[in-house]
Design a protein around this ligand. Structure first.
Ligand code: AMP
Ligand code: ZN
Length: 311
């Protein structure tokens, strides 16, 4: 079992305020919450703001379910880098007698895992993953490549925590660029400024920093150092709760990682196809807005309400 990471005093207090106000609804499992009307209006308001910006980018909308074929998690090396975060779907395919036994054991609170076997599905840990094989299946990319907008969709990470901003199931709105290496890098750097503008435009004190992914184990620490030194990952951070700022958006340059796995190619045989993605964490942005402007969006500054289409 992934270890529960307790919240700080400030995070515990914020979670109580959020549930009291009906913004979040507890499920009994840390990091899994229902969301009330105001929370959803703000989250979807920001989601639309990103979608509108992506239209200006000539992005193609391509959305997927929060389930990922298990094969993808296997071939991407996710189990090497993040075995602690992955969620696998198990299901029952036994006979009637086994079904009855499973139900008896389960209703008595016993261990019914022996009746379950691994299905072909995992929970999507990052919303951009299904995009790469889908684009590769179309064939070689013309000069300039493609920009994809996934929309806001669910991602799962097994990291139970008392911090209301560290969820197990949350929405990421991703934009993905697949093109020539220079085009991809230029796009990522340009979006860094546009994303800051978007987040500061709704009143968030957002700042930008070099970052690394939470790679697993000792080898993981080496991978994290190398990712940082090559500046492959950036984050936009914002103060939500003590003791430290929270990443509300991330920018990843994968170089040829996904191209190599899925055979993404440019039409020009002399130019490799590279990929980058940018992910806005929609619940974290909503929480940052609630912390910044107050728990009642009806009292938020008029220009912020306008931008988020809060009426
Ligand atoms: P990542 O793929 O880890 O860079 O995540 C993309 C974005 O999703 C981050 O910038 C966060 O805003 C958000 N995010 C990542 N992990 C979590 C989590 N456990 N709970 C809520 N949001 C998250
Ligand atoms: Zn991504």
């Amino acid at each position: 079992m992934a270890e529960f990471r307790p919240g700080s005093a400030d995070q515990d207090e914020f979670l109580v305020e959020l549930t009291k106000a009906g913004l979040l609804v507890e499920s009994g499992i840390p990091g899994v919450y229902g969301r009330g009307t105001d929370f959803e209006r703000v989250r979807l308001g920001f989601d639309s703001l990103v979608a509108a910006a992506a239209v200006g980018d000539d992005a193609e909308r391509l959305s997927f379910s929060p389930l990922l074929p298990r094969r993808q998690i296997e071939e991407l090396g996710y189990l090497n880098s993040f075995p602690h975060l992955a969620g696998t779907i198990f299901a029952f395919d036994g006979d009637e007698a086994q079904a009855a036994e499973q139900a008896t054991v389960a209703s008595a609170g016993g261990d019914w895992s022996g009746f379950q076997s691994m299905s072909d599905l995992c929970l999507t840990p990052a919303v951009c993953y299904p995009v790469y094989p889908a684009i590769a299946a179309r064939g070689k990319l013309p000069a300039g490549g493609v920009t994809i907008d996934t929309g806001g969709s669910y991602a799962f990470r097994h990291e139970p925590s008392g911090d209301p901003a560290r969820l197990q199931m949350f929405h990421m709105h991703e934009l993905v660029r697949i093109a020539e290496p220079e085009t991809v890098v230029e796009w990522r750097d340009g979006w860094r400024d546009r994303a800051l503008e978007l987040l500061r435009g709704v009143g968030l004190d957002a700042n930008f920093d070099v970052a690394n992914d939470p790679f697993f184990g000792r080898t993981g620490r080496m991978l994290a150092r190398s990712q940082r030194s090559q500046e492959l990952k950036f984050e936009i951070l914002c103060d939500i709760t003590e003791p430290e700022p929270t990443a509300i958006a991330s920018f990843n340059y994968h170089q040829d990682h996904f191209s190599g796995t899925y055979g993404l190619e440019m039409e020009d045989p002399d130019t490799p196809a590279h990929t980058a993605c940018l992910g806005f964490g929609l619940e974290r942005i909503t929480l940052a807005l609630l912390r910044t402007h107050g728990l009642d969006p009806s009292g938020w500054p008029e220009d912020v309400r306008d931008k988020l289409s809060l009426g």
